[in-house]
Design a protein around this ligand. Structure first.
Ligand SMILES: [Zn+2]
Ligand SMILES: [Zn+2]
Length: 126
């Protein structure tokens, strides 16, 4: 009996394995979550060989979600479980969902909102 692989929690490129799917196209399949938030079932071999490293649907989009990339005030530092640890230009760190970044709901640690409330909107806009 070959040792049962447990890939849950591991990262393969843009994909994070969230759970075991079970038999998939004659092989073992895993539920994976892509950086963009999309879920995809991937076979063990495709993951471990690096053959599949993203959901495959947003090739252009993925370039935006890389360490060091900026979203207005936020610089992407580290990715974990669908969230990015971001460094805000004010010096604060904040955890942001990838989907919040893509929808532009979150553009700062919160300081931007505060400043906008103080009606200094245009001064800090890029
Ligand atoms: Zn994706
Ligand atoms: Zn900030």
């Amino acid at each position: 009996m070959p040792k049962k692989l447990n890939l849950i929690g591991q990262n393969f490129g843009k994909l994070t394995v969230i759970s075991l799917f079970g038999p998939f196209k004659g092989k073992t399949g895993w539920n994976c979550k892509c950086l963009c938030g999309k879920e995809k079932i991937v076979k063990t071999n495709d993951l471990t060989s690096g053959h599949v490293s993203s959901c495959g649907n947003h090739q252009n989009d993925h370039r935006k979600y890389d360490k060091g990339n900026k979203f207005e005030r936020l610089t992407l530092v580290e990715y974990e479980n669908g969230k990015w640890l971001c460094l805000c230009s004010c010096g604060n760190y904040t955890l942001v969902l990838t989907t919040s970044l893509s929808s532009r709901n979150t553009r700062s640690c919160g300081c931007l909102k505060t400043e906008e409330n103080l009606s200094r909107i245009n001064k800090f806009k890029i």
